[in-house]
Design a binder for this molecule. Structure first.
Ligand SMILES: *[C@@H]1O[C@H](CO)[C@@H](O)[C@H](O)[C@H]1NC(C)=O
Ligand SMILES: *[C@@H]1O[C@H](CO)[C@@H](O)[C@H](O)[C@H]1NC(C)=O
Ligand SMILES: *[C@@H]1O[C@H](CO)[C@@H](O)[C@H](O)[C@H]1NC(C)=O
Ligand SMILES: *[C@@H]1O[C@H](CO)[C@@H](O)[C@H](O)[C@H]1NC(C)=O
Ligand SMILES: *[C@@H]1O[C@H](CO)[C@@H](O)[C@H](O)[C@H]1NC(C)=O
Ligand SMILES: *[C@@H]1O[C@H](CO)[C@@H](O)[C@H](O)[C@H]1NC(C)=O
Ligand SMILES: *[C@@H]1O[C@H](CO)[C@@H](O)[C@H](O)[C@H]1NC(C)=O
Ligand SMILES: *[C@@H]1O[C@H](CO)[C@@H](O)[C@H](O)[C@H]1NC(C)=O
Ligand SMILES: *[C@@H]1O[C@H](CO)[C@@H](O)[C@H](O)[C@H]1NC(C)=O
Ligand SMILES: *[C@@H]1O[C@H](CO)[C@@H](O)[C@H](O)[C@H]1NC(C)=O
Length: 768
């Protein structure tokens, strides 16, 4: 791929995958130990005393070895605990009665205003007023901590802390429990696992407290539920009202990610944060982090989310930043909502005025300083379209001093080396001709420059060749353009489906804003380089699926506050079946990495439409038992299922991979023709009786039969079943759109004489 170097650089920065650790610290290391809670001897009043007793028996019998150290006892997320063991103790613990399995701890690295308007949220009607802005809901954020003084966490218009809330705020480095208020109602941090791995948190710059060093947790929290801030901007870009999705919801921060040289988090700590959130009584939980794609019995996010599900807690997770290739989605367990990232209809612009108003051209820039380049000499970098255009060491500092350098694309489109070269010679600024301006991050604008498209670059080139020595330019920075088209597009970095662990369930589920989202930041953190300096900001533009998940959690909080009795599956179904499958030009959502039409492998059921999600008409509901039947269908062993469900009294008599999911996935394995059959149950969530008629939109090479074609519901909660048969014949298809996509279509149930439309994608994809 031509632009590989640029994509690679951008993708790496926001990758949140947690890496396995293979280095052990003097043969003692942390483990997560799954126990069968039902065999706890009666004398022990609680699990923790049982676990510590097991550990002390190990220590005493191993003589000279260091004693085993207890880290956390988990009350919800798993049955079991974490502890630091020697290899000898590890062997012994496997013989203890009730032991199910032990996994070594793993460690990892961390990889708005306007978004409410883009999503159609307004004060006049729709989900905002209907839910009273998420009034009273409690959102648990599992993240890097929070900056409590941020304007976004002021509690002026907040309702009182709900009486059912059991959480608290703790003291710590630069953090006082009195900093919590009616917005930030809980703040804790979990670092035992990380410290055990030899990471001295007080030795890094991070705070040994819930305070946010990174900025990431303040950003995600304010996106989900930030209070309104009327004058936020990023150095003048994206100015206006900064407000969370659910501005009247409460926030509880569970800090599990720390800035450190090697690893940022430990699985034992993430599990402890999720466990505490469940104990405290959150209504929803958002995680913008992820682990390697492992089976669900070895995936702590999947296990924690399963425990949350049983308590009625809605969990959403970032799908990962591993795109644009297929099978890169992480956090793909069917009982949580996996969120991909999309663009919004906003661009940051600089106006280029050639000569004396001879030609006005708009390009893209996020240069953070207020600067007006006025009638400055415009210098054509050496080379026209050859590979050395503004390449390394091609410019002469004397020749370009005080001038704006104009550059055409290099052969391999290495924009970064062009930026470095213009920066080296200290020219007044630059105009780069490139198709990849949209892939730049705010931090890349360390010198004043504008990127322009290839066609606009030709116009500038022609102007320079005509004007010769006299070529001059004026540039105005810090302009924001709204309503740009097409939007949304699926972000190039957003992880694509199918899920490697269970390909038969379409993932990601849904798309939400995740590019250049403006939200609160740690105001003492060097954010963007300018020349040799760094600038700080209290509101930052940041990109990643990390930014998408908090949009969904805020919207889910509002839906939950309107529909208190809906299950997590019902809330997700409402969002999926009402999602937008076209962009603001009415065409298919574009995949930003290819610039052509994307597919549900990028955007799942589509782009979130909050107002419609409030009133979906019908939902596809799923019970805890259905998920257990699904685990049985995956052929997991009894102990493996026990680790996820934390119970041993289930039976696998109804193994079934066909969950009542609001999407349909057919996996094609080395054939041209395949048939998928599905059974579904729809539940009426409208108050009155209603009838729906099925309609399908399918491409050549896909045939869909729905039986029956009309469903009649008597009233609230009435259910109806249907079955669907999908025949794929790729020889009749117009050709796969991407490496792993077969083809795709849609099934919609139209309410007869009503307004509801309940739409699901039908997708065929190749086996991994
Ligand atoms: C935090 O410290 C203050 C005194 O500095 C104390 O009043 C408060 O109770 C402490 N909070 C907690 C949760 O320990
Ligand atoms: C925490 O805040 C309380 C109340 O504002 C104050 O009395 C106390 O001194 C603070 N403690 C610390 C350690 O800063
Ligand atoms: C961690 O670093 C701090 C500051 O350098 C130091 O005071 C402390 O002793 C260190 N702790 C450990 C356990 O090494
Ligand atoms: C721009 O600068 C050139 C030379 O420096 C000068 O001749 C010209 O009058 C200037 N134009 C304007 C509009 O200031
Ligand atoms: C650019 O192309 C023009 C003709 O198209 C030529 O006159 C000029 O010398 C070229 N410049 C460089 C730096 O190669
Ligand atoms: C509908 O189902 C929900 C969830 O099971 C339940 O809480 C509610 O009471 C039911 N309503 C009626 C009218 O049956
Ligand atoms: C589970 O095992 C059954 C019977 O051996 C087999 O038919 C099925 O394909 C397996 N399912 C999976 C997901 O491996
Ligand atoms: C299985 O055990 C769990 C707790 O371990 C309990 O809540 C549930 O009711 C039990 N189910 C059956 C069918 O016994
Ligand atoms: C695909 O088919 C091959 C052989 O036909 C089989 O080995 C493999 O397990 C199948 N994969 C899936 C995902 O069904
Ligand atoms: C699928 O169809 C193509 C084109 O008709 C053919 O070349 C190919 O051999 C077929 N593959 C299989 C596995 O039948």
């Amino acid at each position: 791929m031509e632009h590989h170097s640029i994509l690679y650089k951008l993708v790496v920065f926001f990758t949140l995958i947690l890496l396995s650790c293979d280095a052990s610290v003097d043969h003692r290391r942390a483990y997560i130990i799954h126990m069968d809670g039902s065999v706890k001897p009666a004398p022990f009043p609680d699990s923790e005393s049982w676990h510590t007793s097991i550990l002390s028996s190990l220590s005493s019998s191993t003589g000279e070895e260091a004693p085993a150290t207890h880290l956390y006892t988990y009350n919800h997320v798993i049955q079991g605990f974490s502890a630091v063991l020697t290899l000898g103790q590890l062997e012994q613990i496997k013989l203890v009665s009730g032991h199910l399995a032990t996994y070594p701890d793993s460690y990892g690295k961390l990889h708005t205003t306007h978004t409410p308007q883009f999503l159609g949220l307004g004060t006049g009607s729709g989900l905002w007023p209907a839910s009273n802005y998420g009034n009273g809901m409690i959102i648990g954020m599992i993240d890097t901590g929070i900056w409590p003084e941020s304007e976004s966490f002021k509690d002026d218009a907040m309702p009182p802390v709900p009486e059912r809330w059991k959480g608290t705020c703790v003291n710590g480095t630069d953090f006082n429990s009195s900093m919590c208020n009616k917005k930030l109602i809980g703040a804790k941090f979990f670092s035992k696992g990380l410290k055990q791995a030899g990471i001295n948190i007080s030795n890094t710059d991070d705070y040994n407290s819930p305070r946010d060093y990174e900025g990431h947790g303040s950003h995600t929290s304010s996106t989900a539920a930030g209070s309104p801030v009327f004058t936020a901007s990023y150095f003048g870009y994206a100015p206006g009202l900064a407000i969370g999705m659910a501005p009247k919801a409460h926030i509880a921060m569970y800090k599990v990610l720390f800035a450190a040289d090697t690893w940022d988090s430990a699985a034992t700590d993430v599990l402890a944060g999720m466990d505490q959130a469940i104990t405290d009584g959150v209504d929803l939980m958002s995680l913008s982090l992820g682990f390697f794609k492992t089976p669900y019995y070895d995936d702590i996010v999947a296990m924690g989310a399963f425990a949350a599900l049983e308590k009625g807690i809605f969990v959403s997770c970032s799908a990962g930043n591993g795109g644009p290739h297929a099978y890169t989605v992480i956090n793909g367990a069917p009982w949580l909502t996996s969120v991909g990232a999309g663009t919004i209809d906003r661009e940051f612009v600089a106006t280029v005025n050639l000569g004396n108003g001879a030609k006005i051209i708009r390009g893209q820039s996020l240069y953070p300083e207020s600067l007006f380049v006025s009638n400055v000499s415009l210098y054509h970098g050496p080379g026209n379209t050859s590979k050395e255009t503004c390449g390394s060491l091609s410019l002469d500092p004397k020749e370009v001093a005080g001038k704006i350098v104009f550059c055409m694309p290099t052969e391999d489109d290495d924009l970064y080396s062009q930026i470095d070269e213009v920066s080296r010679v200290e020219a007044a600024g630059a105009i780069f001709t490139t198709n990849f301006g949209k892939f730049l991050f705010p931090k890349d604008y360390s010198i004043p420059f504008v990127t322009v498209s290839l066609s606009k670059g030709e116009v500038i080139k022609n102007y320079i060749s005509r004007a010769a020595e006299m070529a001059a330019v004026s540039i105005t920075f810090i302009e924001t353009e709204l309503g740009t088209k097409p939007a949304p597009q699926a972000a190039y970095f957003s992880s694509r489906g199918p899920s490697r662990i269970s390909p038969g369930i379409l993932k990601p589920d849904i798309l939400a804003p995740g590019i250049n989202v403006l939200a609160a930041w740690a105001p003492n953190r060097a954010f963007t380089p300018v020349g040799d300096d760094y600038l700080v900001t209290d509101y930052a533009l940041v990109s990643g699926t990390s930014m998408a998940s908090p949009h969904i959690i805020g919207i889910a909080a509002m839906i939950k506050s309107v529909h208190r009795d809906w299950s997590s599956a019902a809330i997700r179904s409402a969002m999926m079946t009402t999602a937008d499958i076209v962009d603001n030009t009415g065409n298919s959502i574009i995949d930003m990495s290819s610039g052509t039409a994307g597919s549900p492998l990028e955007y799942g059921a589509g782009h979130i439409n909050p107002n419609k999600a409030m009133d979906p008409g019908l939902v596809y509901d799923i019970t805890v038992q259905d998920y257990i039947d699904f685990l049985c269908g995956l052929n997991y062993t009894s102990p493996q299922i026990g680790m996820i469900t934390r119970r041993s009294n289930y039976t696998c008599t109804r193994a079934n991979l066909d969950l009542n999911y609001p999407s349909f996935m057919v996996i094609i394995n080395n054939t041209n023709t395949t048939t998928g059959t599905f059974k579904r149950v729809l539940t009426n969530v409208g108050s009155s009786g209603s009838s729906y008629r099925a309609a399908v939109r399918v491409p050549a090479g896909m045939k869909v039969a729905v039986e029956p074609q009309t469903l009649t519901f008597t009233g609230l909660n009435s259910t109806q079943q249907f079955s669907i048969k999908v025949d794929i014949d790729l020889t009749k298809s117009t050709g796969p759109k991407s490496e792993y996509l077969g083809n795709y279509g849609y099934l919609s149930w139209y309410e007869i004489g009503g307004k509801h439309v309940v739409t699901s994608p039908i997708v065929s994809a190749f086996a991994p």
